[in-house]
Structures are given as structure tokens and as C-alpha cells.
Design a protein around this ligand. Structure first.
Ligand code: FCB
Length: 442
């Protein structure tokens, strides 16, 4: 059973989240090529070499999807606009069809009484910009500012909220250090530059949106509890280094204008010259902070002689999702409390993503997902805990409305409240959809 709407403060908002490349069908509607298309076409990067060409075909089924959002009773919908759909070359001439699509999306939400929460970048970098170095190139902050101007000049007057970048850690570290996401680099210098430039781009985009008169602007960070794999000094240190990289680097840059020492130990030598001078731009005032939370990870020290960060991930003992991610709801209240205490004080906090790739639906009835209902209930309880401790949590978004393209894992993991049949592309609400509907409406 999910807690009821009335168990939360009266102004608390419930939403569902998706992203452009994961649902729209990128081969359609005049969008340009992205580094995810390139990454997926390179053998070994993505399960089955699957890409977002068709995905959920949301581009052509938007009205049906918005009706489902309304039917569930959601207050707000977090979607992203695709840079390459708006500007197929990344710069230059906009794609009129793309702008029209986002215009209709925003109006379609407003007509249904749902607040549009826009994200400007959920990972599909136009390939021509990747050719120029992508996030390694400082110029990306200007390209991104220009893209922001184009899309927000069209929809910025009607969106309820906007955030420049989804999950800077994934954009920078996961994609340039671990090589697990596009562009698939494993390069410390590229990583350091991407980590800094992604925040610079955030700041520049925020300035542009303020210039357009927009309000309710935020930033969305993902966090994963980093715990020591054993009670040793070295394991504790390994967890602390990963905590700094994952959980503190970006929010510290955004809100305090500095980076944690544990990260500078490894990346300081690789940051671009004069990085300290960019904090005036990076620390533009924001109106809210978003937290995406899924799991925790355990860390130990790497064998002697390993280069920074000299940590290894150790498999944890807790029950796991289909992503093999441990289910650890307590981490959510940990971060909500930590964000308020250490970084943002009274600023509203939104849980902008939380959810699971279901296991039960993979083997039995595809619409029966008791594990997802239990996951959501346990995490909502942690939100309630944080609220009762005075943390200004103002809303919660489930990832995701629909099963969709789960990046390097392709279409196998299913995160949706709604099952998508990958042959017919028909939508079928799961039990979790009904549970949310009951919690929000009755
Ligand atoms: C988040 C991403 C989202 C989705 C979920 C499972 O990190 O923002 O696109 O892949 O994880």
C-alpha cells in the first residue's frame, strides 16, 4: 500500500518523470544524430546495440501518454527537451517540427491541469558537438546557453519549472571516467573538464532563463549512498572519496562555489586553467534542488599502487532490483537531510527521480509489479520521515511513467508504471499505476 496524498503536506506535489531520448523515438521528426546513436552503434557498448530510434514512439503517442498521466492523478510531469531535436546540428538552424512538438507537449499538459517541469539536457548530445570535444570543450557552455535561448524562447513562458542538466555525475563521471555511457571515454583529463564544464553550462543556461524572465529554476543531482564495505580505515576512506566524487562535488560547486578536497586530490591537476574564476557563473541563485535517488554502493580500497581514486566496488548483501541495485530506502532520507543541513537550507527539495526496474514483472504477469509498489512505499515513507524532521521536501517524482530505453542496458530493464509492449508499442498500466492512482485520487 502506498501512503495517501493526505499523508503529505497539502502543497506536496506528485509527479512522474521521463526523458526525451528514452521515450520519443529519435529517428523521427527531424532530430539530428546524437552521441547516444554513435555509442549504441559501437559494438559492446549497449545490450543488443539497441538505440532510441523508435523507443516508446512518444512523439506520435503523446496525447495518449498525457491522458495516462492525468488518469493517474499526477500534479506535475518532468520531461526533457532534446538538444538534437531542437537544433539538429547542435547549433544553427532550429528544427521547426521539434519546437512545435515541445510546444504541443507543454500545452497538452496545461490543458490537462498538469504542471510542466522541463529539463534541458538528459544526455543526448548532438553528434556534431561531440565531434568538437563535447563536454571536454569549454565552448559547450556557450552552445548550451544558445540552445537554452532557442527552446525556452518557445516554451519558457509556460513551463512550471526548469532545470538545465539531469545528473551531472552521469554526464561527466559515468560517461568520461567509467566509459559506461556515451561518449564512452575512460580518461581522467576528459573527466575533470566535463565535471567542471557541465556546471559552467548549468550556470550559463540559468542566466539565459533568468534573462527570459523565467522563475522556478533548479538543478538536479543524483546521489548514491557510498558506504564502506567493511569497518576498516581504508574502506571508510574509499567510501569517503566516492561520496565526494558522486554526492558532494556537484552540489558543492553549485551551492558553495568550491569542490571537495578528496576530488581535487585526483582531478585538480586536470581541471581547466582558471576554473576557480567560473564559480560566479556556476553559483547563480537557484529556486530548488532536485535529488535523484535509487540505491547505495559499498566500497573498499583498491589493491596497493592503484591510481586515484583507488577504490573498488563490492557487491552488497541487500535485496536487489533488476538493475542489480541494492534496495536501500534509508539512503533517501539520509540525502534529503544532508542536502538541507550541508548545502541548501530552506531551499525547496524535490525528489526528481526514484523508482525501480521490476523483477516480478519479468517472470510472471507483466502487469503485476508488487516489488515496485513496495519499493515506492518504502521510499515515500523515507520522504515522510524527512518532512517530519523539517526538511523542506516539496514533491516526489517516480521514474518512470513508461518502460523505456534504459541506456546501456537497452530495453530489458522495465522502470515504468506502464508496461510498453516492444512489438506493438501499446501501453498497459501495471498494478503500480493503479496503486498510485488510488493514493493520489481517492
Ligand atoms: C537515472 C536517469 C534515468 C534513468 C534512471 C534509471 O540515472 O536519469 O534516465 O536511466 O536512472
Amino acid at each position: 500500500m502506498l501512503p495517501h496524498r493526505s499523508d503529505f503536506p497539502s502543497d506536496f506535489l506528485f509527479g512522474a518523470a521521463t526523458s526525451a531520448y528514452q521515450i520519443e523515438g529519435h529517428a523521427q521528426g527531424g532530430a539530428g544524430r546524437t552521441h547516444w546513436d554513435d555509442f549504441a552503434a559501437t559494438p559492446g557498448n549497449v545490450a543488443g546495440a539497441e538505440n532510441g530510434s523508435i523507443a516508446c514512439d512518444h512523439l506520435n503517442r503523446m496525447d495518449e501518454d498525457l491522458d495516462l498521466l492525468k488518469d493517474a492523478g499526477f500534479d506535475v510531469y518532468r520531461f526533457s527537451t532534446s538538444w538534437a531535436r531542437v537544433l539538429p546540428e547542435g547549433r544553427g538552424t532550429p528544427n521547426a517540427q521539434g519546437l512545435d512538438f515541445y510546444d504541443r507537449l507543454v500545452d497538452g499538459l496545461l490543458e490537462r491541469g498538469i504542471k510542466p517541469a522541463a529539463t534541458l539536457y538528459h544526455w543526448e548530445l548532438p553528434s556534431p558537438l561531440s565531434d568538437l570535444g563535447g563536454w571536454r570543450n569549454r565552448d559547450i557552455a556557450s552552445w548550451f546557453a544558445d540552445y537554452t535561448e532557442v527552446i525556452m524562447s518557445r516554451i519558457g513562458d509556460r513551463v512550471w519549472s526548469a532545470a538545465p542538466i539531469n545528473e551531472p555525475w552521469c554526464v561527466a563521471w559515468l560517461s568520461h571516467f567509467e566509459g559506461a555511457h556515451a561518449p564512452g571515454l575512460r580518461d581522467i583529463r576528459a573527466t575533470a573538464r566535463a565535471m567542471h564544464h557541465v556546471l559552467l553550462a548549468h550556470g550559463r543556461a540559468t542566466q539565459v532563463m533568468r534573462g527570459l524572465g523565467m522563475t522556478n529554476l533548479g538543478a538536479v543531482c543524483n546521489m548514491e549512498l557510498a558506504a564502506p564495505a567493511q569497518e576498516t580505515e581504508t574502506a571508510r576512506h574509499a567510501a569517503q572519496v566516492q561520496d565526494a566524487i558522486y554526492n558532494r562535488f556537484f552540489i558543492s560547486g553549485l551551492t558553495k562555489g568550491c569542490y571537495p578536497d578528496e576530488v581535487l586530490d585526483g582531478l585538480g591537476a586536470h581541471l581547466p586553467d582558471g576554473w576557480q574564476d567560473d564559480f560566479d557563473t556556476i553559483t547563480q541563485p537557484i529556486d530548488w534542488i532536485g535529488l535523484n535517488y535509487y540505491t547505495r554502493k559499498l566500497y573498499d580500497a583498491a589493491p596497493a599502487g592503484a591510481p586515484w581514486p583507488a577504490t573498488v566496488e563490492v557487491e552488497g548483501p541487500l535485496p536487489k532490483t533488476a538493475m542489480n541495485w541494492e534496495i536501500y530506502p534509508e539512503g533517501l532520507s539520509h540525502f534529503l537531510t544532508m542536502i538541507q543541513r550541508d548545502y541548501t537550507g530552506d531551499l525547496p527539495i524535490y525528489v526528481t527521480e526514484n523508482g525501480m526496474a521490476g523483477l516480478s514483472e519479468l517472470t510472471g504477469d507483466p502487469l503485476s509489479d508488487p516489488d515496485r509498489i513496495a519499493y515506492l512505499a518504502a521510499h515515500l515513507e523515507q520522504v515522510q520521515n524527512a518532512v517530519s524532521q523539517g526538511v523542506p521536501v516539496k514533491g516526489y517524482f517516480t521514474w518512470s511513467l513508461l518502460d523505456n530505453y534504459e541506456w546501456a542496458l537497452g530495453y530489458a530493464p522495465r522502470f515504468g508504471l506502464i508496461h510498453v509492449d516492444w512489438t506493438s508499442l501499446n501501453r498497459y498500466p501495471k498494478a503500480s499505476f493503479s496503486a498510485i492512482k488510488e493514493a493520489l485520487n481517492s
